[in-house]
Ligand binder design. Structure first.
Ligand code: SF4
Length: 302
């Protein structure tokens, strides 16, 4: 039996749903019931009636699924599929920051641990970060952990004072203006789309800044046929799958090794052995749920 068939057999046996992030390997995207960005995956996790959620992504995403569906069994197929940006801030640092800025409301990008989410007023994704910050009443806003995303939000939300944490995504932060210029030379007709986790000097030179789902919508609605995609390279596979008549070019070497830890073998193992189950203390789930629900109520931006 092929690995794909084995996944289907075990999925039925366990009454499981497979959720995969846009940065997962193509073969994992192909067997998933739903592929999307953090916001879309959170919405699916909150609504599913499956007993088991196999989360093909990284640790904080599987944690969010558990927080939103605490009665379900949530499995992360690889224990070491961890996001380094999420590990750049912990609950103690978050509490300290709030103590230093008592008038500020606090926003955690979903790329944070459950412990950090439990400390903040609201979460956001890259697709709705601007809408979330705009929805707050305080002038001062603590925004963690991605400083690049925070700078980008600050550019639009000029009346707010964002207090940033010096976190970053090593994958997106590795994208340089030179890499964009090289691709522009190779594909002069292409529109350049960049993810807001990229550095400010990169965001300043591209045609549009979009979350991964925002990139899908932009490319679908655009008259252009060619696009340079400044984010994790597997996004191009997703775009090709959805929009096969258009051309998409990734940036060489821009890959997230943490997302790539999961493959079909690990999905089969996860379903067979029911591993690795996400366990979060009840009080953390209770406190982290509200900021995630507030985020989902704000809805999608770009
Ligand atoms: S692409 Fe960046 S933010 Fe996303 S999981 Fe990888 S390291 Fe974390």
């Amino acid at each position: 039996m092929s690995l794909r068939d084995e996944v289907q057999r075990l999925k039925k046996k366990r009454n499981a749903i497979i959720l995969a992030h846009n940065y997962q390997r193509p073969e994992v995207q192909d067997i998933a019931d739903f592929v999307g960005d953090s916001l879309g995956l959170s919405q699916k996790a909150a609504k599913t009636d499956a007993d088991v959620i196999v989360f093909c992504g990284v640790d904080f995403m599987a944690e969010s699924a558990k927080i939103l569906s605490p009665q379900k069994t949530v499995l992360l197929p690889e224990l070491l599929a961890m996001c380094p940006m999420s590990a750049m801030i912990d609950g103690d640092s978050m509490r300290q920051m709030k103590g230093q800025h008592p008038k500020a409301e606090s926003v955690a990008y979903v790329n944070t641990s459950a412990e950090v989410k439990a400390e903040v007023d609201i979460c956001c994704t890259s697709s709705n970060a601007i809408k979330v910050v705009a929805s707050l009443t305080s002038k001062e806003v603590i925004f963690v952990p991605d400083a690049n995303l925070g700078h980008w939000v600050q550019k639009t939300e000029k009346q707010k004072e964002l207090i940033l944490w010096p976190g970053f995504c090593p994958t997106h932060d590795s994208i340089t203006p030179e890499m964009i210029l090289t691709q522009r030379r190779l594909h002069p007709k292409a529109v350049v789309l960049a993810h807001p986790e990229c550095r400010p000097e990169v965001l300043d030179m591209v045609d549009a800044v979009r979350s991964t789902e925002g990139m899908v919508n932009f490319a679908r609605d655009s008259q252009a046929n060619e696009f340079i995609i400044a984010t994790e390279k597997e996004m191009v596979y997703r775009l090709h799958t959805l929009l096969p008549t258009k051309q998409f070019y990734s940036l060489p070497g821009v890959t997230c090794p943490n997302m790539k830890r999961i493959d079909l073998h690990s999905v089969v193992n996860a379903l067979e052995k029911m591993q690795h189950e996400i366990i979060i203390p009840d009080d953390v789930i209770r406190r982290a749920r509200l900021p995630l629900e507030r985020m989902m109520a704000v809805g999608r931006g770009d």
